[in-house]
Write a protein that binds this ligand. Sequence first.
Ligand code: FES
Ligand code: CO
Length: 324
Amino acid sequence: MTERTLWHPVAQSSEVVTAPLPVQLLEQSLVLWRNAEGQVQSFVDRCPHRGARLSLGRVENGSLECPYHGWQFTSGGQCVKVPAVPDFVPPPSQCVKSFEVQEAYGLVWVRLEPSDSQLPVFAAEADSYLRKVNCGHYDVAASAPRIIENFLDMSHFGFVHEGWLGSRDATAIATYQVEKTDMGVIATGCKAVQPQSNLHSTQAAEVEYTYEVTAPYTAVLTKIPEEGTSKQGWREQIGLFICPITPETSRVWFRLAVADFESTDEQLKTFQHTIFVQDQPVLESQLPKALPLDPRAEMHSAADRMSSAYRRFLKSQNITFGVC
Ligand code: FES
Ligand code: CO
């Protein structure tokens, strides 16, 4: 398996409307567009005629039209029209490379090489009771694995998120459990005292989280409600979905699946935004930008067991993009 055989998020579904949209994935320039049936198509963003950017073109008669000489490419990439030679029927070889696409979690996902890989799991999506809101994108000058690791890390809360997710007076991390799963790794029993754990907090509370890596560049946080609260039995989740753009740059989305029905979408996004922009400058300062998989390359504490498990997982998956 390589990164190219995995599904990656490349855009928010709502961004792909009538105009072609340029995106980047694994150092490849792609163009997304929607055909007459409403299905998203993903092509290499370079016309096979004279190399113009297809994303500068437009969608015409259910095909993507190149901005330069108007060649039209239909779903799957076949050229169906060469305006300078109106009677010409282009052969099957006259096509632009296209990639597999699917939509899920409010995002468009692309796979550069066919394989039997599945979309990363985000279990809360199936709970129709929970409200779903996407936040982002964020363009971050850090590798996707560094961003995942930051999300899995509670021991920065008292410093980076002081007054929000942690405080300098309560920085000790209680022992938590780490296990391998079929998809990745999971940390359970992660506890923290948080001054402002969500939009409605009025006082500090101990929260319990489960952190799960469900694909090399996907992580999911599950909030375990306290015993005896009205939220018992609910499993609110936050998914972190990352598009690896280059080994040192990434595009990030969060998907909230929450039982907060009072706040507006904007309020939910603003809270997530506040937390993430606290992380971003620290994330972008980390060197090397690629995540070191050699355990001797950086120093570790007992609180870092999830991060070490994530690094071992990436190694076991032969991930090479964004790691060193
Ligand atoms: Fe695209 Fe000529 S470069 S039609
Ligand atoms: Co953080």
